[in-house]
Design a protein around this ligand. Structure first.
Ligand SMILES: Nc1ncnc2c1ncn2[C@@H]1O[C@H](COP(=O)(O)OP(=O)(O)OP(=O)(O)O)[C@@H](O)[C@H]1O
Length: 253
């Protein structure tokens, strides 16, 4: 399988503060990776770094086999990356169609493919009927789906989704899961607080705390590692709590 992301010895932070240190990660095409961790674990910081929004402080990142060493290499990589930030900005007076077009244009989707790609992305998230509606008039769940459309437009090879199911109702969450399952030859990284999302769609799971990975492997192994004295409503939840407890993790520190 083609390697989509390769991260070695990643260090990241804000000012003098280190938030991620010594992180190694490899993600192949066809993998959906669920990123779990308590508030402040560094999930958003990692996604922003993979999205090439913030250059690493230390270590290296390769996207599709190309090292990201300059703004130019980052710009080229971004053509293959779809990124839904946790709080994405939008122009309230844009229609859904215009907003997704704009994001496709920013990602340098070839002009002649933009219209068909935008329509496909909007249909995939079930907003076909709302495509002419103004962004400001969308409900929270619709807004999130419009955001997901911006992340998948143009068939990127790496899709980074920061808490994509927040605000979705149960039916929309199920639709989101079936959308993710349809991706082929794509690497998806999904940050979430919902362990059910991970068990439903992820082939790999990473448990992150204080900027380090406490566990990386398949969800079955994390569930099998669960200690019976840890709280949780499912083996995977207990496995997650066990990984945190073994790593000495608590809440945001
Ligand atoms: N712009 C910033 N400036 C300074 N510190 C920041 C900034 N953004 C995040 N941090 C800090 O970095 C750490 C990691 O934050 P991050 O948002 O990556 O965590 P997270 O795992 O995504 O959390 P959550 O689950 O709450 O979204 C936190 O301690 C946070 O306070």
């Amino acid at each position: 399988m083609q390697s989509i992301v390769s991260v070695t010895g990643l260090g990241q932070g804000y000012g003098a503060r280190t938030v991620i240190s010594g992180l190694d990660l490899k993600i192949s095409a066809g993998t959906t990776l669920g990123l779990l961790g308590p508030n402040g674990a560094g999930k958003t910081t990692l996604l922003r770094t993979l999205a090439t929004v913030t250059p690493p402080k230390t270590g290296s990142i390769e996207i599709l086999g190309e090292a990201i060493t300059s703004e130019n290499s980052a710009r080229i990589a971004r053509r293959s990356i779809g990124y839904l930030p946790q709080d994405f900005g939008f122009y309230p007076n844009f229609s859904v169609y215009d907003f997704v077009c704009y994001c496709a244009w920013l990602r340098e989707v070839p002009k002649k493919r933009i219209d068909s790609e935008v329509r496909r992305a909007i249909d995939s998230v079930g907003l076909g009927r709302e495509s002419k509606q103004k962004m400001r008039s969308l409900s929270g769940g619709m807004l999130r789906r419009a955001g997901i459309a911006t992340a998948i437009v143009g068939s990127p090879k790496l899709i980074l989704l920061d808490e994509p199911t927040v605000g979705l109702d149960p039916a929309q969450r199920l639709e989101f899961r079936s959308l993710v399952k349809q991706f082929e030859d794509v690497a998806v990284v999904l940050s979430t607080h919902l362990v059910e999302d991970v068990s439903a769609v992820c082939d790999e799971v990473a448990v992150m705390s204080s900027g380090s990975l406490l566990f990386y492997g398949d969800p079955g192994t994390l569930a099998a590692d669960a200690s019976s004295d840890q709280p949780g409503d499912s083996p995977l939840e207990r496995g997650y709590m066990t990984a945190l407890a073994r790593g000495g993790a608590g809440f945001d520190r």
